[in-house]
Design a protein around this ligand. Structure first.
Ligand SMILES: Cc1cc2nc3c(=O)[nH]c(=O)nc-3n(C[C@H](O)[C@H](O)[C@H](O)COP(=O)(O)OP(=O)(O)OC[C@H]3O[C@@H](n4cnc5c(N)ncnc54)[C@H](O)[C@@H]3O)c2cc1C
Length: 427
């Protein structure tokens, strides 16, 4: 029997409606919980900033973190199958020990694989798609406690709808991911890139390395660049001394100005394995909670200069509530609910102070400016439009609704967030 508790997300800005989390230790136990509950939502590692993972009143909130922590590599197929509750840090360490790698990682390796893929979490890189693009198969428990396996191989286009699923198709118990041979990455930080130079050279800047992030507050006229170069490709060469007017940093940096870089992955061009360079933060630093809120908007890459101009115009309003903004690129992909669906994208991320009331009007102003440029919000972060209005920005939203009907005809896996996506509608 689960015990009574106060359940919050990582940032602490969401207290979930459920006061109990079911933590089954076996898939059979999970099947019984699902079959017996009127409605079910799954909580991953709780790193989303909105109510996407919440269960409605009377519904069951379930964690799969207690299922056996299995990781099984299929060298022939170049895949790994991992228990759904595992975090990227755990999977990455195992893969590295086997001489394998994932193509990309998010900024923080502590997020669960399943929760990250469910919201189309991403890293950066002109040629890198979201983390969910690596998903080759999903094992789920369906609404009656039935076992379902969906795969890219067997389900074709419908699988593009299932990989980014908002937790709405069932409880995922295992995820199969594509892997590749391990590779080293060297991380170089440049400071002092003028925002004007960034706007004029978007393709060159973001195309300069395997993964590129630009950090700015939109108030100061410059950005800091983090270049993650793959040492096994042509972009592994040493960077020029000055580059579009920016210069290589002579000490490690944190994304937020003034914060010590102690918890950041190694910089200064020291090569190291992929999983110790692609995230910005080290796996051995365990942030149990965060003093921040986050939002992120995906734009067609060609809208970058207009988006930069709009954000710079908001610089004075952003200053009191913004810790830092990060720009990344994501390659176009087929996943129906990926914000990078059929669009090479620029993702504009905003790390806010942890003051939802002060942030709300500024977030709304950002959305107002970016919406006409085609902005799609990150499913796991804060946005002021309704989830239903966000869903209207996707050509395949109605196909996703049909997929929900197919796998969950009575809506057991829906909550208010997913109901809104299901219904669609205006902001
Ligand atoms: C410090 C920090 C850094 C971040 N960095 C990035 C970043 O670099 N890039 C980026 O894109 N995002 C980033 N995020 C956002 C984060 O990756 C997403 O919010 C992601 O969804 C979090 O995964 P989670 O496991 O915590 O999921 P949760 O927030 O717990 O849940 C997210 C969704 O996944 C579903 N879900 C989870 N597990 C299952 C399961 N087993 N079966 C079915 N559904 C499931 C939930 O029901 C919910 O709908 C960051 C967040 C934080 C706090």
């Amino acid at each position: 029997m689960p015990s009574s508790e106060t359940v919050t997300n990582w940032a602490g800005n969401v207290t979930f409606s459920a006061t109990r989390v079911h933590r089954p230790a076996t898939v059979d136990e999970l099947r019984r919980v699902v079959a017996g509950a009127p409605s079910v939502r799954v909580l991953g590692s709780g790193h989303s900033f909105n109510r996407i993972a919440d269960a409605d009143a009377g519904g069951a909130l379930v964690s799969v973190a207690g299922l056996p922590a299995e990781i099984s590599v299929d060298h022939e197929r170049s895949t790994v199958t991992v228990a759904a509750g595992l975090r990227y840090a755990q999977v990455a360490a195992h893969l590295q020990a086997e001489g394998l790698a994932l193509a990309n990682l998010a900024s923080l390796p502590h997020i669960s694989v399943t929760g990250a893929c469910a919201t189309a979490t991403h890293g950066s890189g002109d040629g890198n798609r979201s983390l969910a693009s690596a998903v080759a198969a999903l094992d789920l428990v369906g609404p009656d406690g039935d076992l379902v396996r969906l795969s890219r191989e067997a389900d074709g286009d419908a699988f593009h709808g299932a990989a980014v699923n908002l937790g709405a198709l069932g409880v995922v118990t295992a995820v199969t991911l594509d892997v590749e041979p391990t590779f080293d990455v060297a991380q170089h930080v440049y400071t002092g890139l003028a925002l004007d130079a960034l706007a004029e050279n978007v393709a060159d800047v973001f195309g300069a390395a395997y993964s590129v992030s630009a950090f700015t507050d939109w108030h100061a006229p410059e950005a800091m660049l983090w270049l993650k170069r793959r040492c096994d490709t042509a972009d592994g060469g040493p960077p020029a001394r000055t580059w579009f007017g920016a210069t290589p940093a002579d000490r490690p940096h944190h994304p937020v100005p003034g914060v010590p870089a102690t918890h950041c992955t190694e910089q200064l061009g020291v090569p190291g394995p992929w999983h110790e360079r692609l995230p910005h933060f080290r796996p051995d630093f365990t942030p149990s909670s965060g003093e921040e809120l986050q939002s992120e908007f995906f734009l067609p890459r060609e809208a970058a200069p207009a988006a930069f101009a709009a954000l710079r115009a908001l610089g004075a309003r952003l200053a009191p509530v913004l810790q830092v903004s990060e720009l990344r690129t994501v390659a176009a992909e087929e996943l129906w609910l990926s914000p990078a669906y059929h669009r090479d994208s620029l993702a504009v991320h905003l790390t806010w102070i942890k003051d939802p009331v002060a942030v709300a009007p500024v977030l709304a102003a950002v959305e107002e400016q970016l919406a006409p440029l085609g902005a799609r919000p990150h499913w796991g972060k804060l946005f002021s439009a309704t989830p239903g209005a966000a869903a209207e920005l996707y050509e395949r939203a109605s196909d996703f609704r049909k997929l929900m009907d197919l796998h969950d005809p009575a809506g057991k896996f829906r909550n208010a967030f997913v109901d809104s996506v299901y219904q669609g509608g205006a902001a």
